[in-house]
Design a protein around this ligand. Structure first.
Ligand code: NAG
Ligand code: NAG
Ligand code: NAG
Ligand code: NAG
Ligand code: NAG
Length: 447
């Protein structure tokens, strides 16, 4: 009786130990998969360099009249048809979610588009062909360029949700250029930019007073966007439509990552993506805002059954591009939903399905001050915008691994040791006992 009782007691103890061991191990594994990284705070601000924010500028006049005149001459377009076609194209090139309704509807447009053989999928190509890339302008005074005193910063033409714009001071690769996104080719060699040494991104340390100016815009008005150098602009977040250009004084806090952060962890563990870790369809690279643009593409496709012309569409199954009539009829009604991913009708708020991971490396901006640059046109000969960093960050965020694979092994081993007295040597002995030793025994050897 007492023997049975003792055996039962050991059995219960053994089962309880195994149970708790498994529970602890599962929680370790879960921790490894979901909470193995964290963001730490660094305060030794004297030791880092900070990257200045990017500027994206969209000129509010889009087409180049020389190129347009040539195009019309070749295609024998004149008179009223020509002026109406210009107005139509100029507004199409300037179209985005807030102003689709401004695309004019003339009687002659359909005929003109038909005779030129322009289908919706050619809209962006045509606009690109009739837009002059101001960074290739031979005359220096009106070339679109980016300067800090004598030091040059790279500037490029890009394709955004607000048509063709210019971007300066960015870490994003050559893929983020208008030519690559529309035609799949890298931009031509820019001999004017390469006349002198230049940097991609301006960095500065705590003791510098830093800034740069992007100018060379010879237009009536500009729309400027200030954003992190690791990101692209957000079309609903502009810093204003100005006739002068402006000087911006932002404050930046950077998010950096440990050197082997990317290789040691998976995307689901760290819940952030690096630039090269794209799982998007329309874009070959990843940033959070680009991911949201892709959400917008999918939403537009779902609701209006086609996508606007200003998205890259060089994919295996291209989505249909909207005709200008669909842009006018379907999009203005849902503009808020597309921009905010949030629909509100009759107290019923409905968020759209859109999940985008953070950028692993990024910067957080706060705009301290902005003032118009009056008289810049007289001074510089053209318009532009400036960044001026007066306030330096005192903190920086750093992504770190706090629970690595080695930690997981140690944790599981420790748990098993605690509850079951488990060790690797013990395991080897156990296996040995039931294989080799059993074999010897069966063959009648004495050990
Ligand atoms: C900061 O920038 C300076 C030159 O601009 C460079 O010499 C230095 O190595 C950089 N420091 C770090 C930590 O990147
Ligand atoms: C229009 O394009 C031509 C080159 O085709 C260029 O020389 C001219 O400066 C451009 N005009 C404007 C206003 O950018
Ligand atoms: C382009 O769109 C912006 C924003 O809607 C508007 O303010 C601007 O006047 C437009 N430009 C032209 C030339 O129509
Ligand atoms: C744009 O220009 C390219 C190269 O010059 C040409 O192949 C293409 O057909 C043009 N596209 C349109 C819509 O005119
Ligand atoms: C990309 O990955 C995220 C999760 O990491 C997922 O929610 C999203 O649907 C993926 N996007 C595509 C286009 O596969």
């Amino acid at each position: 009786m007492s023997l049975l009782f003792e055996r039962l007691l050991w059995l219960v103890l053994l089962i309880a130990s195994i149970y708790f061991c498994i529970i602890s191990c599962i929680s370790s594994v879960q921790r490894f998969h979901t909470k193995s990284t964290h963001i730490g705070l660094e305060r030794n601000s004297y030791y880092w360099n900070t990257s200045l924010p990017s500027i994206t500028i969209c000129p509010m006049q889009r087409l180049n009249d020389t190129l347009f005149d040539n195009y019309c001459r070749v295609n024998k377009l004149r008179g009223r048809e020509k002026t109406e076609f210009w107005d139509f194209l100029e507004n199409l090139a300037n179209a985005t979610y807030i102003n689709f309704q401004n695309i004019p509807e003339y009687d002659s447009i359909d005929g003109t588009l038909d005779s030129l053989g322009i289908r919706p999928k050619h809209y962006m190509e045509l606009i690109y062909n009739l837009t002059f890339d101001g960074t290739y302008e031979p005359i220096e005074k009106i070339r679109i360029r980016c300067l800090d005193g004598q030091a040059h910063v790279r500037v490029r033409q890009i394709l955004t949700e607000f048509g063709l714009c210019y971007l300066c001071n960015s870490y994003l690769g050559e893929e983020y250029t208008s030519r690559f996104l529309i035609f799949g080719e890298f931009p031509e060699f820019n001999k004017y930019l390469n006349l002198q040494p230049y940097v991609d991104v301006k960095q500065a340390s705590f003791f510098d007073d830093m800034g740069y100016t992007m100018f060379g815009f010879d237009f009536e008005a500009l729309d400027s966007y200030i954003h992190s150098a690791f990101e692209v602009m957000k079309v609903d977040n502009n810093f204003g439509y100005t006739h002068y250009g402006a000087i911006y004084e932002p404050e930046v806090e950077e998010i950096v990552a440990e050197s082997d952060f990317g290789t040691e962890t998976s995307i689901s563990q760290r819940k952030c993506r690096f630039y090269h870790e794209s799982n998007l369809t329309h874009y070959p690279f990843y940033t959070k805002n680009i991911c949201q643009q892709e959400c917008r593409i999918n939403l537009a496709y779902k609701i209006c059954k086609c996508i606007p012309h200003f998205y890259p569409n060089r994919i295996a199954n291209p989505k249909p591009v909207c005709t200008y009539k669909t842009l006018k009829t379907c999009f203005p009604r849902h503009a808020d939903y597309f921009l905010k991913f949030y629909k509100k009708d009759d107290n019923l708020a409905e968020p759209a399905e859109c999940y985008c991971e953070q950028n692993c490396i990024d910067a957080v901006l706060k705009m301290k001050r902005a003032f118009p640059m009056r008289g810049a046109r007289q001074l510089l000969g053209s318009m532009g915008s400036s960044i001026s960093m007066k306030i330096w960050p005192r903190i920086q965020f750093k992504r770190q691994v706090i629970f690595s694979f080695t930690d997981l092994l140690v944790s599981i081993g420790g748990t098993a040791g605690l509850y079951l007295g488990f060790s690797v040597l013990g395991l080897v002995e156990f296996v040995y006992f039931f294989t080799l030793r059993l074999l010897w025994h069966l063959f009648g050897y004495q050990i």
